[in-house]
Write a protein that binds this ligand. Sequence first.
Ligand code: BEZ
Length: 401
Amino acid sequence: MTSTRLTIGRRSLLKAAGATAATAAVGFTPTRFAIGQQARIKIGLMLPYSGTFALLGQNITDALKLAINEKGGKLGGREVTFVQVDDESAPPKADQNANRLVVGEKVDVLIGTVHSGVAMAMAKVAREEETLMICPNAGADAITRAACAPNIFRTSFSNWQPSYPMGKVMYDKGHRNVIVMAWKYAAGEESIGGFKEGFTAAGGKIAKEIWVPFPDAEFQANLTDIANTKPDAVFVFFAGGGAAKFVKDYHAAGLRNSIPLYGSGFLTDGVLKAQGEAAQGLLTTLHYADGLDNAVDKAFRPAFEKATNRPADVYAVQGYDTGLLLAQALDAVKGDMKAKKQIIASMEGAEIDSPRGKWKMSKAHNPIQDFYLREAKGEENRYVSIAHKALSDPGTGCKLA
Ligand code: BEZ
């Protein structure tokens, strides 16, 4: 995709952000085509372009388009049309938005989203309508556990995955009594669940659980509670705008030196510029880090920055990998979207050479990947070590072969 197309995309994003569930077709140059289907592959993007996760949705979108552009702007030899919907990270609107894309627009592929609750509603529609869906962020465990389906894939993580390795990391650092805190919705609950599993298995104890309604970012009363409870450390799940605010508030409350703060990497990914001094030295675990030594990352980072004027982060990597997965599967069937069985088989066997390092698809359609311990330094989450090699979500309850 040329930078002009990205500009068109951004304008469309603004349009989508301004109107509830507004759709905006962002096309490429028309072309001849014939395998008895529409000429273009129609991709429905249902992502947040407003609210606390707006930048996450934009990075996923722009990196996905970058990956497709690097393949000549085509998938399986066919031009691509995007139809974009701002899902506003609003679960009550999710069913209608997903139906608008799947039933109304008849997209070939549904891609989204960031918010676990919204993604669950999308997955239900995709399952019922048998539309191919790729989830490029939302970690709702059920999507690749009990609610898994042959036509639903994830290129990101399950909520359990990034937090689980931090349990052992914190125990090994000598912490025994830890407060956990998160937004009270699937991502927060499951992220805390993963941490608790790892931490208590190592021998640690949970001193207190603090829950905040999503997407609230007023933390003062909770910070007073933490100061009074005096745990050894705090582990949190926040992301996007809420994460930026939490880290600054924690620092401003004077807690950084007395009660160490940890999180899954969403706490600091994509928001370090906004967090500034308050984030320096924070340790987090995630499936991406700055300073990974692989050729794909070394090419991806400058390409993403050139296309967007923003640094790459985990959300961009997930969007990029979604493009790689789609390109690989559609190339295998020469763009024939009717060859569903072969598309699914190709995605199931995928080994993605990603900026995060190589990863494979699990039987439940979730990445088996390395999780890194990172330290915030300047505006980067610098690689420290591998916290857990090739971690697979348990996939509990998923009946796929
Ligand atoms: C989620 O809702 O699944 C989520 C949102 C932001 C970052 C990570 C997970």
